[in-house]
Design a protein around this ligand. Structure first.
Ligand code: 2AM
Length: 188
């Protein structure tokens, strides 16, 4: 199965992201928008894994999550990958306790490496994907529209990590939650 680890988002955050999608949709570019129920913050993409590997990944995440207490992130700006030129991905960036998020990501990569999954080579750029560009001809208007919009600076607490299965469909991926691990550090 195709599997990844992510932070699930509260409904009110998904609602804001959905609103931003609506505003950007008006720019008319050929973008495949993420289904609102599918919004998430990816921490690790595993690709295709045998189902029997999942328990060891969950265990590795649990061990790591034991050293972290819940923390807060805030929606920031609309951005694009790549930053300049024809965009492929439209996303919303994050601010707040980013150092904690990065440390959590680093520790997870270390734990998954021990389980046999090599760390991602690209630097970690935390983002919430809104959509993926399918027709790169008409993205000028999309960039212009994004620059006009302001993202509500809404915050949310990261309290757990969710393993998802991703099923690829012609009209976009469908995600199903497989297991959730809580951040449970109890510092003195
Ligand atoms: P994203 O975080 O930029 O949206 C499930 O496919 C999730 O894993 C998506 O959110 C996706 O990107 C992320 N991901 C990371 N690396 C990927 C890859 N090589 N192929 C597909 N998705 C990947």
């Amino acid at each position: 199965m195709r599997c990844f680890l992510a932070v699930a988002l509260p409904e009110e955050i998904k609602e804001i992201l959905r609103g931003l999608q609506e505003e950007l949709r008006a720019a008319g570019a050929g973008v495949r928008w993420v289904r609102p129920e599918g919004f998430h913050l990816t921490l690790k993409f595993f690709g295709e894994i045998p189902e029997k590997k999942l328990p060891s990944l969950v265990q590795a995440a649990e061990q790591t999550a034991r050293d972290f207490e819940p923390f807060e992130l805030t929606l920031s700006e609309i951005g694009f990958f790549p930053e300049k030129g024809t965009p492929r991905v439209v996303w919303v960036g994050l601010s707040g306790e980013l150092e904690t998020l990065k440390e959590l990501h680093r520790r997870l990569e270390k734990a998954f490496k021990k389980t046999g999954f090599p760390p991602e080579k690209r630097p970690f750029h935390p983002h919430l994907t809104l959509g993926r560009v399918k027709e790169p001809q008409s993205t000028e208007a999309l960039r212009r529209r994004a620059a006009e919009l302001s993202v509500p600076g809404k915050s949310f607490r990261v309290e757990g990590l969710t393993f998802y299965r991703s099923k690829l469909r012609p009209d976009g991926a469908l995600y199903t939650a497989l297991a959730t691990v809580e951040l449970v550090c109890e510092r003195e």
